[in-house]
Design a protein around this ligand. Structure first.
Ligand code: UFG
Length: 328
């Protein structure tokens, strides 16, 4: 099969490209390299350009016989989306509109979409089911939900089948050590903790200790980026077998508090990792933990790297070998 991966030079996109290449699939990558890294693309055919550029998309679809699209290209920072929602509506929502229009024009009718737990907002129940209420508490989650809904109507009107994968907290790095997480600026908990262990930051700031959780810090469901990547490939295959449109959660179903994550990172790195409690960060729900039962049953997905020690150890190997990330 030939798969077009938008955002394939980014963190989760590059790990998915790596898994596709390992399975000898034909891969075409589109990335504007705003956040992605050329070096993170381990193979396939890379087109540097923006999904909002329709002529560019025409070229990509004309030059390649694409069977399915995996769509990662988007902005994904909760905090930034609250300061600059226009950026999120433009890149995420309008970008997806351009992509779906061009898929329809070029007769490509299967898409796997990278959605988010942020689509739920403050959860009604833990673990969160796909059927639970979606009421985002930030602009980022709102745009991802709008993208999902857009796909629903493109399916109804044009028969474009989609699988939307709602990720919980992606972490870790490819076990080859060749690719990993490198954001600028970095805002995610695990890489920031590891930057402290590398001596690049004096301490980790714990955002709030007064949540209604056992130790007062927020609880999240951390999932290895390569387990996420595996799920995308299963989803593409399901669509290519004629599967219907569907939404799936991707998490391990086990929550860890911020303090627990720091403690495990201390064990993995052997570094004391000083922590300083600060004020809450706006828009953070207290607990986000997934039920991925549907994903296991219907996609046959089995996370293989689900222990948090292993997730953090893989990230630590990457950060130690590439302390400043990819080449500029
Ligand atoms: N945190 C800290 N200190 C830091 C960074 C984070 O205490 O320096 C805390 C956050 O407040 C939060 C937890 O660590 O409680 C995890 O924060 P991240 O920024 O790593 O991840 P988020 O849970 O905010 O968001 C991530 C993705 C989103 C996605 C969400 C779904 O970035 O795109 O998971 O769970 F929507």
């Amino acid at each position: 099969m030939a798969v077009l991966v938008t955002g394939g030079a980014g963190y989760i996109g590059s790990h998915t490209v790596a898994e596709l290449l390992a399975k000898n699939e034909e891969v075409v990558i589109v990335d504007n390299l705003e956040q992605g890294h050329r070096e993170a693309v381990l193979g396939g055919k890379l087109y540097v350009g923006d999904i909002r550029d329709k002529d560019f998309l025409d070229t990509v679809f004309r030059e390649n016989a694409i069977d399915a699209v995996i769509h990662f290209a988007a902005n994904s920072l909760v905090g930034e989306s609250m300061q600059n929602p226009a950026k999120y509506y433009h890149n995420n929502v309008y970008g997806t509109l351009c992509l779906l229009e061009k898929m329809n024009e070029h007769g490509v009718n299967k898409i796997v979409f990278s959605s988010t737990a942020a689509a739920y907002g403050e959860p009604e129940n833990i673990p969160i089911l796909e059927t639970d209420r979606t009421l985002p508490t930030n602009a980022y989650g709102e745009t991802k939900l709008a993208m999902e809904n857009m796909m629903k109507w493109f399916d109804a009107a044009h028969g474009i089948k989609y699988v939307s994968l709602r990720y919980f907290n992606a972490a870790g790095a490819h076990e080859s050590g060749r690719i990993g997480e490198d954001h600028d600026p970095e805002t995610h908990l695990v890489p920031i903790i590891l930057q402290v262990a590398l001596g690049q930051r004096p301490h980790i700031s714990v955002f709030g200790e007064d949540y209604a959780t056992p130790d007062g810090t927020c609880i999240r469901d951390y999932i290895h980026v390569s387990d996420l990547a595996d799920a995308h490939i299963l989803a593409v295959k399901k669509l290519l077998r004629g599967g219907e449109s569907r939404i799936y959660n991707l998490g391990n179903g086990i929550g860890f508090s911020v303090k627990e994550v720091i403690e495990i990172a201390r064990q993995v790195t052997g570094h004391p990792i000083p922590a300083v409690v600060e004020a809450r960060r706006a828009g953070d729900p207290a607990v986000l933990v997934a039920s991925s039962e549907r994903t296991r049953e219907e996609l046959g997905w089995r996370p293989k790297r689900d222990r948090l020690e292993r997730i953090i150890a893989s990230a630590w190997a990457w950060h130690q070998s590439r302390p400043t990330g990819y080449e500029a």
